[in-house]
Every structure is written in structure tokens, then in C-alpha cells.
Write a protein that binds this ligand. Structure first.
Ligand SMILES: *Cc1c(COP(=O)(O)O)cnc(C)c1O
Length: 376
């Protein structure tokens, strides 16, 4: 089966007896031992068939052996970090998701050091991985600057230093980029975003090929209780089936929007991996099958005014859903980051981030044009 067929079929076998082509949603917390032969389901924190179906599909999308889903992307990240030990070092992309940054800030309590570097810059990448490192954390395209890190290169160098290479693939989704095929050890997702795609459910996932790693992730999930319920897994899986269709449409519209922004005198700079002006445009074309539908730009006037003026782009955090969103990282998603750190990584106060949805492209372009013209 090819990717788009797996989206619809993996983990979705008709139920014996009734023939449901959509498997039932298992909401039970516990299972009767004598109604099973042999007993294999005990308690939903450990086992749940709706969850297992989603995991089967997400693993299949990356041709991976294992997937563990979580109650949120943050819970997935915490499980990934749980394999680290005191005295070890983590190297991370400098402009990571704000919540990831906040999570990393807690690691010093456990004696784990975090070094940030611009891993999209080959010289910084080499320098950051010049000594032993237990884990490399890569976000590509990064948030919100859409920096592109060479995944084959970072995996090769990370492995040479003994690291487990984790890629936060939330922005690309498996429809556009498959980190394990490029050499990474773990693909991390906030399934809240493109995978579920409808801004109505929270979830996370860790996809990998290594049995021991997977067992550690599942153990962490079970003992901390960071499991998604059956209904949530169903919602994520339902959304996932249309991933390719949504992503194709969102990518095409994002390209039109990026081009329109380039022509606007109210815009100082447009950042999108699909534009030839993007510093790693060629690399993005090699390791991704499309540039994605997040577009960032620097606005000439007051960001607050622009945020208030769009009609179709809702001013809200999050991304990857069917509805278009606009936000200002300095005021919203990246507010927890100390200002000096934020500015040093290029997240300036005038930066705006768009998440392009599936509305009519012409309506979206017009909405932005109106908002940008504003009081001119
Ligand atoms: C949203 C997000 C997360 C965190 O996921 P939640 O589901 O909100 O916990 C992690 N990484 C990236 C890149 C994200 O966009």
C-alpha cells in the first residue's frame, strides 16, 4: 500500500461479527478477564484497541515498527526526554516550539544540560555535535522561523556522538517529511496539529523502529498516565484519513499567500521554504515533498493592529487545522521565552506567523491584503 492508501486503511480492518468499516470506539476503562481467551486487555491506561488502531496507522505512514500515542504533544516530548540521565547533554535547535523550550527549562533539575544551536547552520551543527551528546532534538521546519535542518547530516553526526536523534516533525507531518527514512531515531508529533487537523482534539505521538526505545516510551506513558482516551484517539484517526488532501490544498494556498506577501509594501520579509529566497530552499525540496503551509513574515507596522484586522484568519495560537490562523510569536506562542533569547534567535517583535487552512485561496489572499492595507 502507498501512503495515501495507508492513511485510509491502516488500523481500520472491518470488525469481525458486525463488519463495521470504522472500528468501534473503546471507552471502557477495564476489561473482563473471562470474556477474553487468552486475556490480553487489562486496564485502559495500558491497553486500548482504539489507541492501538491509531498507533498502527501512524507507524505505517513512516514504514516504522512502532508508535506510541500520548495525551498531548508535550506528553510525547516528556516521554522522549525520560530516557535521559543526570550528567547527560541534550543539543537542541535554537528556535523550538515554546512549550518544548519550557519543558527543556525543567531539565536542569534532573542534572541534564541543554545546549541550543542553530542546527540549520552547518558550522553551528558541526560545533554543537563536536563532543558527546545523549540526545539531539531537531525541529525542521522550525517554529516560527521555518529554518530547515539537514536531517541526514544531523542524524549522521548525532549518531557518531552516541546520540538518539529526535525530530519534532509536527510542522511537516508525515505527508511531507519522514525523518526515520532520513536517518533519525524518533519522529515526534503533536497530533493536535496537522494529523488530527480540525483543532478539536489534543494528542501526541512518538514513532520509532527501536524496540527498546519504544518500550521506554510506553513504560513512561503507562506509569505517568499520559494516555489519550478512546474518543480522542478516534478523533485523531478520523482527521488523519484526509491528511494528504488537506496538506496538498494548504501547501498550494500557502504558496499563493507567500507570493502575495512578497508583493506587499507593508511586508519587510517573507519566510517560507517554498520561496527561492529561503536560504535552504533547495534542501527543503530534497528532504520534504512540499514546503508546508506555515508562512512567517515581518510586518512594517504594529502587529497588534494587523492581528485585529483579519476577518478570516482567526487570531489564535496552534496550527495545522482546516481553519486559517494568524499570530504574533513575540506576543503569543513565544512569550514564555526570555526576550533576549527570543531576539537572539531571530524571533523579532514584528514577526507574524500564519497557519493556512483549506478555505478558498482567493478569500484568504484578499483577507490578508485588506488587513495589510489597513490604515494606509
Ligand atoms: C503544538 C506543538 C507541540 C506541543 O504539542 P501539544 O499537543 O500542544 O502538547 C510540540 N511541538 C510543536 C512543533 C508544536 O507545534
Amino acid at each position: 500500500m502507498r501512503f495515501d492508501t495507508r492513511l485510509v486503511h491502516s488500523g481500520q480492518r472491518p470488525t469481525p461479527g458486525t463488519g463495521d468499516i470504522v472500528p468501534p470506539i473503546h471507552v471502557t476503562t477495564t476489561y473482563d478477564r473471562f470474556a477474553q481467551d487468552p486475556p490480553r486487555l487489562f486496564y485502559t491506561r495500558g491497553e486500548n484497541p482504539t489507541r492501538a488502531a491509531l498507533e498502527e496507522c501512524l507507524a505505517a505512514l513512516e514504514d516504522a515498527r512502532f508508535c506510541a500515542v500520548f495525551s498531548s504533544g508535550q506528553a510525547a516530548a516528556a516521554a522522549a526526554l525520560s530516557i535521559l540521565e543526570p550528567g547527560q547533554r541534550l543539543v537542541s535547535s535554537a528556535d523550538v516550539y515554546g512549550g518544548t523550550y519550557a519543558l527543556f527549562a525543567t531539565l536542569s533539575r534532573y542534572g541534564i544540560r541543554v545546549d541550543y544551536a542553530d542546527l540549520a547552520d552547518p558550522a553551528q551543527l558541526r560545533q554543537a555535535l563536536a563532543s558527546d551528546v545523549a540526545m539531539v532534538w531537531v525541529e525542521t521546519p522550525s517554529n516560527p522561523l521555518l529554518k530547515i535542518t539537514d536531517l541526514a547530516e544531523v542524524s549522521r553526526r548525532g549518531h557518531a556522538r552516541g546520540a538518539v536523534v529526535v525530530v519534532d516533525n509536527t510542522f511537516a507531518s508525515p505527508a511531507l517529511q519522514r525523518p526515520l527514512e532520513l536517518g533519525a531515531d524518533v519522529s515526534l508529533y503533536s497530533t493536535t496539529k496537522f494529523i488530527a487537523g480540525h483543532a478539536d482534539v489534543l494528542g501526541g505521538a512518538l514513532v520509532c523502529d527501536d524496540e527498546a526505545l519504544h518500550a521506554r516510551f510506553v513504560e513512561h506513558r503507562t506509569v505517568t498516565g499520559a494516555v489519550p482516551g478512546g474518543l480522542d484517539c478516534y478523533l485523531v484517526h478520523r482527521g488523519l484519513k484526509t491528511l494528504s488532501l488537506r496538506v496538498a490544498r494548504q501547501n498550494a494556498t500557502a504558496r499563493s499567500i507567500a507570493e502575495a506577501l512578497c508583493d506587499s509594501s507593508a511586508v519587510l520579509e517573507v519566510i517560507h521554504p517554498g520561496l527561492p529566497s529561503h536560504p535552504r530552499h533547495t534542501l527543503a525540496g530534497q528532504q520534504m515533498s512540499g514546503p508546508g503551509s506555515i508562512v512567517s513574515f515581518r510586518y512594517r507596522d504594529d502587529p497588534e493592529k494587523l492581528l485585529a484586522r483579519t476577518q478570516l484568519f482567526a487570531c489564535a495560537v496552534s496550527l495545522g487545522g482546516v481553519r486559517s490562523l494568524i499570530e504574533c510569536p513575540a506576543l503569543m506562542t513565544h512569550r514564555p521565552m526570555p526576550r533576549a533569547v527570543r531576539l537572539a534567535s531571530g524571533i523579532t517583535d514584528d514577526l507574524i506567523r500564519l497557519s493556512v487552512g483549506i478555505e478558498d485561496p482567493a478569500d484568504l489572499v484578499a483577507d490578508l491584503a485588506n488587513a495589510l492595507e489597513g490604515d494606509r
